[in-house]
Design a protein. Structure first.
Length: 197
């Protein structure tokens, strides 16, 4: 759910395992009516919304798409702001923090684009156990790619800035959860709670 111009929209990734003319759709949650839709690929990963754009891709490879969610009907020719070059597999979801979209893809490559025009700020290999995890961010612009295996934290911005790396030695594909200022991580052997005592 996102709020656009004071109204709620329910986003649905609907491209199945390919791309199509209505791969991303927005519905009015009050009455179920479709508000807008556009072409692209959308299936296994959730879209991200911030800075006036919805960014989405299929999670199975292919291009990424940034769309302005203020339109109505088929907005493929009117509201798509930019697209990315072909991505690797990325089952986890993207995240938008500040003026940038962050996307962890196969091979442990973290890609970062400007929300304004899709220009790539950087693409770098990172030390991670899984590219299936979805990141989370805090109010200070720190982005956590956290799992019970190899995790890393970066500072949001146009340049790659690694803040921390950790390894709990219990790798799994599960995304983190947050509760009461603590990270909950599910490994293959244990459930971990990380925070201050």
């Amino acid at each position: 759910m996102i709020e656009v111009n004071g109204k709620m929209q329910l986003l649905v990734a609907a491209g199945a395992m390919g791309s199509g003319g209505d791969a991303m759709q927005a519905f009015d949650p009050a009455d179920g009516k479709r508000i807008w839709w556009c072409k692209g690929g959308g299936e296994s990963s959730s879209p991200a919304y911030a800075s006036g754009i919805v960014y989405f891709d299929s999670g199975r490879g292919g291009n990424g798409t940034a769309v302005d969610p203020t339109g109505e009907g088929d907005v493929s020719d009117s509201h798509i702001k930019w697209t990315t070059s072909r991505l690797g597999e990325a089952i986890g979801s993207p995240i938008i923090v500040g003026d940038h979209v962050y996307r962890l893809v196969s091979g442990g490559v973290l890609r970062c684009w400007s929300t304004k025009n899709g220009d790539e700020a950087y693409s770098t290999r990172v030390n991670t156990s899984s590219t299936w995890i979805s990141p989370i961010a805090d109010g200070n612009g720190r982005i956590y790619f956290a799992s019970a295996g190899k995790s890393f934290v970066i500072q949001a911005g146009a340049e790659f800035k690694l803040l921390a790396e950790n390894d709990l030695g219990d790798p799994n594909h599960a995304s983190p959860a947050v509760a009461d200022g603590k990270l909950i991580l599910v490994g293959t052997k244990h459930v971990w709670c990380v925070g201050e005592k």
